[in-house]
Design a protein around this ligand. Structure first.
Ligand SMILES: C[S@@+](CC[C@H](N)C(=O)[O-])C[C@H]1O[C@@H](n2cnc3c(N)ncnc32)[C@H](O)[C@@H]1O
Length: 233
């Protein structure tokens, strides 16, 4: 696991090409995954959401499209600063605010502030996940929901081989070519392989104190949606 500063440097380097790369490398299915995330999160008008590790804000936009108010935050300023222009262009500037550069392990928000908290493709890069889960529990209101969208372990027969070939051979080449940083797109498949599978991630959330922990595989488990609820007081 690279240190926070290395992660920030990597995302600072690729920020300008990040959106394009997401759409190209996923073949456009990234929009569907965000849409499923937002639906599962319970985002709705009148709800206040925190989108941690929001990057350039596409995950936050998916929540705002469901009518929630969203605070979009990240510890890489170069990523976060690209959000507001996009929010205005898409007509959601009245629902989303890009806030202070916040580390998932030390969130600068008061206890019990948010109805929901999301983190999409971010928790894999966090050095101390247990500390981040503690922060998620702290800033969620009782019965508030955590939703994690993250790369996971393919479960469909045969998919694993195709996915390994694509993520180890094809993705680093295209990613390195478009972003100009081959290292960032070699790191991506490596970090996915080192990340807990669906059941282990669920176990971490339960151990941290979340209730009603569950997960859904999307696209055969290439990504998974995990949810957990902060217990009522
Ligand atoms: C792959 S991007 C995901 C962006 C966005 N959520 C999306 O769905 O496109 C991962 C983001 O996580 C952020 N990140 C990684 N570790 C973090 C941490 N400890 N605290 C806050 N943000 C972090 C990075 O700066 C980067 O912008």
């Amino acid at each position: 696991m690279p240190e926070g500063k290395q992660v920030q440097a990597m995302f600072t380097g690729i920020a300008g090409r990040y959106d394009l790369l997401n759409h190209v490398l996923s073949g456009g299915i990234d929009f569907y995954w965000w849409w499923r995330m937002a639906r599962r999160s319970g985002a709705a008008p009148g709800q206040r959401f925190l989108d941690v590790a929001a990057g350039t804000g596409d995950s936050s936009l998916a929540l705002a499209r469901r009518g929630a108010e969203v605070l979009s935050t990240d510890f890489t300023h170069a990523m976060l600063r690209l959000g507001p222009a996009k929010f205005r262009r898409k007509g959601f500037a009245d629902l989303i605010w890009a806030s202070s550069d916040a580390d998932a392990q030390a969130l600068p928000f008061k206890d019990a502030t948010f109805d929901g908290l999301t983190i999409c493709y971010g928790i894999r890069n966090v050095e101390d996940r247990a500390r981040a889960y503690g922060e998620f529990l702290r800033v969620l209101r009782p019965e508030g929901r955590l939703t994690i969208l993250e790369f996971s372990t393919p479960v469909l027969p045969g998919l694993r081989q195709v996915y390994d070939w694509y993520s180890l051979k094809v993705l680093p080449r295209i990613g390195g070519w478009i972003s100009g940083d081959p290292g960032a797109y070699t790191y991506l498949p490596e970090s996915i392989r080192g990340f807990p599978d669906q059941a282990r991630l669920a176990g971490e959330l339960e151990a941290a104190g979340f209730a009603s922990v569950a997960w859904t595989n999307l696209t055969g488990g290439i990504v998974a949606l995990h949810t957990g609820v902060k217990p009522a007081e």
